[in-house]
Design a protein around this ligand. Structure first.
Ligand code: AP5
Ligand code: MG
Ligand code: ZN
Length: 214
């Protein structure tokens, strides 16, 4: 299964993606996670990406597209993948189409998680992530058993640098301007699966799986 998960910042893309890739045993390719791993490792790419991410802006297409192209040619992608947070501009979507076309492949579905702005801000600012295994929690909606400690690995939970209110608002603006047009782009291709993201994590997952298996 070759999937894309779309949606505004804090919509729940990463949360649903983790459950989907586990169920279908495909790799989870999150460009945001790739950049954060590079920032942590102190690479040149990480340094460049951080200057944009901290401001809530998109990293330039030329930096993102080549990373995804390389990733898609790796062995574990041969039976499918889930792209989370990519594409994010029409230009990136066209580059992805071109790359898949050259590989003789096509996307199966594009899952669009739709959530209104107030909920997005609440979800993003309450998010906490495990420094060790990357598991995502929410202080109110999906709290760990012990505050500040990961249930899976006992790692320390932290807040993303770009999860401050002002930066989240900027990210939402950038989403509306640059990423939202992709809804139309994929609708025209007949690939779009619209999901109401205001429901519970489990209810959304169930709805996605039902659609994918239709
Ligand atoms: P990225 O990491 O992709 O961030 P994003 O798109 O802003 O999305 P988030 O990861 O913030 O939200 P999410 O939808 O994954 O929500 P989550 O599941 O965590 O990108 C970060 C930055 O990197 C960008 O700003 C940009 O600078 C750069 N970048 C990345 N890709 C790029 C690209 N292709 N091109 C250019 N630049 C790029 O959930 C959020 C919270 O809500 C969690 O706490 C979760 O527990 C909770 N939650 C989830 N679902 C529910 C629910 N149903 N009910 C209640 N709570 C819920
Ligand atoms: Mg995410
Ligand atoms: Zn952990």
């Amino acid at each position: 299964m070759r999937l894309v998960i779309l949606g505004p910042p804090g919509a729940g893309k990463g949360t649903q993606a983790s459950a989907i890739v586990k169920k279908y045993n495909i790799p989870h390719i999150s460009t945001g996670d790739i950049f954060r791993a590079n920032i942590k490792a102190g690479t040149e790419l990480g340094k460049k990406a951080k200057t944009y991410m901290d401001k809530g802006l998109l990293v330039p297409d030329e930096l993102v597209v080549s990373i995804v192209k390389d990733r898609l040619t790796e062995e574990d992608c041969k039976d499918g993948f889930l792209l989370d947070g990519f594409p994010r501009t029409v230009n990136q979507a066209e580059a992805l189409d071109k790359e898949l076309n050259e590989m003789g492949l096509k996307l199966d579905r594009v899952i669009n998680i739709d959530v209104e702005k107030d909920i997005l801000i609440e979800r993003a600012i309450g998010r906490r992530i495990c420094r060790n295994c990357g598991a995502t929690y929410h202080i109110k909606f999906n709290p760990p058993q012990r505050e500040g400690v990961c249930d899976n690995c006992k790692g320390e939970l932290f807040q993303r640098d770009d999860d401050k209110v002002e930066t989240v608002e900027k990210r939402i603006e950038v989403y509306i301007e640059e990423t939202k047009p992709l809804i139309d782009y994929y609708m025209k291709k007949g690939l779009l699966l619209n999901i109401d993201g205001s429901k519970s994590i489990d209810a959304i997952f169930e709805e996605i799986v039902n659609h994918l298996e239709k």
